[in-house]
Design a protein around this ligand. Sequence first.
Ligand SMILES: O=C([O-])CC(=O)C(=O)O
Ligand SMILES: [Mg+2]
Length: 551
Amino acid sequence: MTTTPRPVGKRSMALLNDPFLNKGLAFPPSERAAFGLNDLLPAGQRTLEQQVALARQHVLDQQGDLARNTALRGLQDENETVFYALLESHLAEMMPLVYTPAVGEGCLHFSETWRKPRGLFLAAPERASFKDILAQAPDGIRLVIVTDGERILGLGDLGANGMGIPIGKLALYTACAGINPTMMLPVTLDVGTDNQPLRESPDYIGWRHERLRGADYDAVVEAFVSAITERWPHVLLHWEDFANRNAAPLLARYKHRLPSFNDDIEGTAAIAAAAMLAGVKAKGEKLSDQRIALAGGGSAGCGIAALLLKAMEDEGLSRSEAAKRFYLFDRQGLLTSDMADLTPAQKVFARTDVRQHDQGRDLESACARIHPTILVGVTGKGGLFSEGLVRNMASHTKRPMVFPLSNPTRFAEATPADIMKWTDGRAMVSTGSPFPPVMVDGKPTTIAQTNNAYVYPGLGLGALASGAGSVSTAMLMAAARTVADCSPLLHGGANMLPPATDMAAIARKVAVAVAQAAMAEGLCPPLTENALEARIKALSWKPAYGPYVPA
Ligand SMILES: O=C([O-])CC(=O)C(=O)O
Ligand SMILES: [Mg+2]
C-alpha cells in the first residue's frame, strides 16, 4: 500500500520542534534535503522501532515515578509518534508511568517540571477573553478533557498542577482507543487553589488566588462551556477530578447542553459495575442478591450506586427494592434518611431503617451488622479498611468482593496482600491503582485494576462516533456490560478484568456497544455497521511515519 505524502509547511527547526511532525533521526535523506534538516541532524538514521527501544530504555533508566513520568512527558513533547508507539507496544509497562500512579507524582511536581506548553490553562481573570483564547487553539478539536484541579486523584487540591491529569487521560484515549491526539485538548480551569503552601510556593505556575466559589466559579465554568461549544460545536466534554461539591452539580447542569460525562462519577461507576457483574456471574449469583457497602458517599460513590441500581432494575428489581441493597458511608458514617444536608444523589440510597443503625454508624460497626458481600472504597483514605472490618465481612460470605478504588497507590483503602491475608485468599480483590500479584497458596494471583481507564477511552470514542447529543445511563451500562463480558472470570480464567494488554481491543468493543446503545435510545440517527466503522476510522490515528512533501 502506498501512502500519499503529506504536505508539510514547516521546515528546519520549526519542523523538529513540532512533536506531531518530528521524526528525529528517522527523517530519510530525501526529507532531510527537502526540509532543510541536513545542517541540524547527524548523519545516522534510525527506524521508529529503534527510537522506541531507546526511548523505553531511557524511561526505565530513570529512578522513581516522578522521573519516569517526567521522561515520558518530555518524550511526548519531542515526538508524539515515538511516544505513542512506545505506549501501544508496551502498554502494561508504560501505563502506570504515564497514568496512575506516577501521574500523581507528576501533578505534585507539575510546577517544577513544567517545560513546554501542552494543554490550555484558562485562568479566571481571563474569563471575558476565553473565546479569543480559544480562537487561537487548533481547529478540529472533538474532545476536551477538563479539570479544575480541586480533587486530583486522592491528592486533593493541586490547583493548576492538576493539568497532569487531563494530559495523562488524553494519552490513554490515543493509546487505548486510538483517537487522534490532534483532535483532543486537555484544559485546566485555573480558578485558584486553597492549597496554601502550593499557592505561596515561588515555583507555582497557577493563579495565586483562593479558589473561587459560588457565582464567580459558576461564571468561569459557564464562560468555558460557551466558548468551547461555540468554537467546536460538536465537542464532547470529559469532566475529570472536580471536587464533590462541584462534580455532580456541574454534570447535571451541562449534561444535556453538550455531550459530556464525568469520568470519576460515570467512568468509575461503569468499571466498578463491570467488575462486580463479572464477579457475581462467576459466583453463579445476581447483583440483586448482594449487599453493597460503599465507603465514600461523594460523587464517585453515588455514581457507582446509581449505575448498580440501574443494573439491578435490569435484573427485575423495583427501584425501591434495589435501593435497599446499598449502604453508603461518608465521614459521618452510614447515611440515613433522617440526616440533614443529604445531596439528591445520596437521598436515593440513605437508609430508611434508621433505628436499626442506632448502635454504631461507623463503617466497621455498621458492616458487622450488615454483612456486606461487596465492599467498595472511594474515600481517598488510605488504609481505611481495617483487618477487623474485612475479617468480619469474610466470616459471613464465602467470596467477599473488596474494591479499594482510591488512587494513587497509597490512598488505596487496603492493600490486596492484606485483604488476601485477612480472607485466607478467598476475596475477589480489585483496586483502582495497579498492584503487583499476591501469592495465594503459593501461587501468584493477579489483582484486577478497576480503573476507569478500561471504560472512558471506548466510551469517548463511541460517543463521538455516534454523534449522540448526550451520554446516557444506557450508554454507560453498555460499556460496563461489554467490559464484564471480556472478564477472564467468565472465560475460564481467574482474573476479574482482562490484562492491560487487551485494553485497545476492549476500547473498540466498548465504543461500538456505546454507539449502538445511543442509537437504540434515539440519541443519534441510526448508522449501519459500516457507517459506524467509517466514523470510528475518521477519529483514529496510528503512530507511524508517513512520507512528507513541502507544502
Ligand atoms: O485517574 C485514575 O486513575 C482514576 C480516576 O479517575 C481517579 O482516581 O480520579
Ligand atoms: Mg479521576
